[in-house]
Every structure is written in C-alpha cells, then in structure tokens.
Design a protein around this ligand. Structure first.
Ligand code: NAP
Length: 249
C-alpha cells in the first residue's frame, strides 16, 4: 500500500545522532527520500545515509550549521538538486549550554538561541514555500517538556523551546489555507548524548518526576514524528504533542 511518505522529500536537521538519526532512518524505511543534515559529525551522517540506503530507501548527507543562513540556503539547494522540493521539514537540531541563571553569560544565552531559534528560523525560511506548495506539506518542530515546565539551569534552553510553540502555532495559521500543517513534538528526557551531559545525581532527580518511571528511548519519539509526518495527521495543526512519560499535559 502506498502512503503519503512514499517518495516524499524530507529534510531532518541534526540527523547524525540521537533523535534526529532515529527520525531520518524511520522516514527512510517508510519510503521517503531523506536529507540527513549534520554540523560536524560527518562520519555519523554518512553512516545514517548508508543505513537508509541499505534498507532500500534513498538518502543524502547534507552539511550545514543551521545557525548560518547562507549555509542553510546552500543546503536547501543541495536537497532540491538531489530530491526536489522539501515536503517535510523536521527542525530537530538543538543544543544545551546549562548554567544556573546567576552564572549564565550573554554568550551562553546567544549560543543556544542562535542554534535552537536561529536554526528554526533559517531552515523554516528556506523551506517555507516548498512546504506551502506541497500536497499536505509538513513542518515538524522538536521542542521539549523543558519548554513547558522550565528546568533548573536551563533558562536559555527553556526559553528557546517554549518560543517554538508560538512560532509553530503562527506558521500553522499561515500554512493552513494550502492544507499544509505545522506541529511541535515535545519529548521529555530521552536517552541520547544530550542526556549523558546531565550529571547522574540530576538524572536521578528527573527520573523521580517521570510517572512512567523511565527515560524515553529514541523510538518513543520517532513513532510520534512518523505519525505527524504521515497522512494520518492531516487534520491536526498548530499542536504540541507531549512524549514525556506523563510529566506534562
Ligand atoms: P544530540 O544527541 O545531542 O544530537 C544533536 C544533533 O543536532 C546532532 O546530530 C548534531 O550534529 C546536531 N546539531 C547540533 N547543533 C547543530 C547545528 N548548529 N547545525 C546542525 N546540526 C546541529 O541531541 P538529541 O538529544 O538527539 O536532541 C535532538 C533534539 O531533541 C534537540 O532539539 C533537543 O533539544 C530535543 N530534545 C532532546 C531531549 C533529550 O532528552 N535528549 C529531550 C527533549 C527534546 P553534529 O553531530 O554534527 O554536531
């Protein structure tokens, strides 16, 4: 049975590792042509593309720092040359620079804002027309439960992740007339390199606050993103889907 994802051009940012890698591989399995964006992990990104091709899909690794608009424009051209217009954009690339607010410098703030929000703007900007013109285009932004609850030592990160809600809701309104959608997926705490940076003592504290009593696996988030990317989510736009083990509703 053919589905909406068959032959669709999908760009996943930050797809060399963690959640982005899982999303890219799954979209590839579902028949999409996947552009695997990375910033510096070249070997890993080529690995992801190779895995997708081995499983029968099509993929191309594309380097760009999402915070750099010119680099993002070049990446978009590369994707268009390889697979045509972008029909599904997953804004997944994100970083943390954690520090108590009293110790947080303007540089700590700017580093996180440049990638998490600058990248959101840049990638959505260059793909916006593609998504709007696509049959049921999809914009999927990976936020976080931290954008809903805040989190000690993450004022910069929390600010970027809650800003994604307002951005997504607004872009959803601007895409709606053409039948394309924009949604946020807001994971809880997921077992990736990002969580490894959190001290064990803090991890234990977080675990106590998760009703399902476990951290998320990448696959827990991937399943929800697959749903949002598919035809099954056609009537859902401007929403925030929490995947957080019951931490927030
Ligand atoms: P991760 O394992 O640290 O991987 C981050 C990915 O983003 C890597 O592929 C990295 O590429 C890429 N990246 C970072 N900065 C970039 C830039 N400037 N330009 C392009 N790519 C860049 O992170 P993750 O845990 O999978 O998180 C992915 C997303 O989910 C993030 O937006 C994060 O905020 C969100 N999230 C994560 C969790 C969690 O607990 N892990 C929870 C909620 C939300 P390189 O390898 O080339 O550096």
């Amino acid at each position: 049975m053919s589905t909406l994802l068959d032959g669709r051009t999908c760009l996943v940012t930050g797809a060399s590792r963690g959640i982005g890698r899982g999303i890219a591989e799954e979209l590839g399995r579902r028949g999409a042509n996947v552009a695997v964006n990375y910033r510096s992990s070249e070997g890993e990104a080529y690995d992801v593309a190779e895995t997708i091709e081995e499983e029968g899909g099509r993929a191309v690794p594309v380097q760009a720092n999402v915070a750099d608009l010119e680099a993002v424009e070049r990446m978009h051209e590369q994707v268009q040359e390889a697979f045509g217009s972008v029909e599904v954009l997953v804004n997944n690339a994100g970083i943390t620079v954690d520090r108590k607010f009293e110790n947080m410098t303007r540089e700590d703030w700017d580093r996180v804002v440049d990638v998490n929000l600058g990248g959101l703007f840049n990638c959505t900007k260059v793909c916006f027309e593609d998504i709007r013109e696509a049959y049921e285009g999809r914009l999927i932004n990976i936020s976080s439960v931290v954008g809903q609850q805040g989190n000690y030592g993450q004022a910069n990160y929390a600010a970027t992740k809650s800003a994604m809600f307002g951005f997504t809701r607004t872009v959803a309104l601007e895409l709606a007339r053409e039948g394309s959608t924009a949604n946020c997926v807001a994971p809880g705490f997921v077992l990736t390199d990002m969580l490894k940076d959190v001290p064990e003592r803090v991890q234990e504290g977080i675990l106590e606050r998760i009703p399902l009593e476990r951290f998320a696996e990448v696959e827990d988030v991937v399943g929800v993103v697959r749903f949002v990317a598919s035809e099954e989510s056609s009537y859902m736009t401007g929403q925030v889907l929490g995947v957080n083990g019951g931490m927030e509703w």
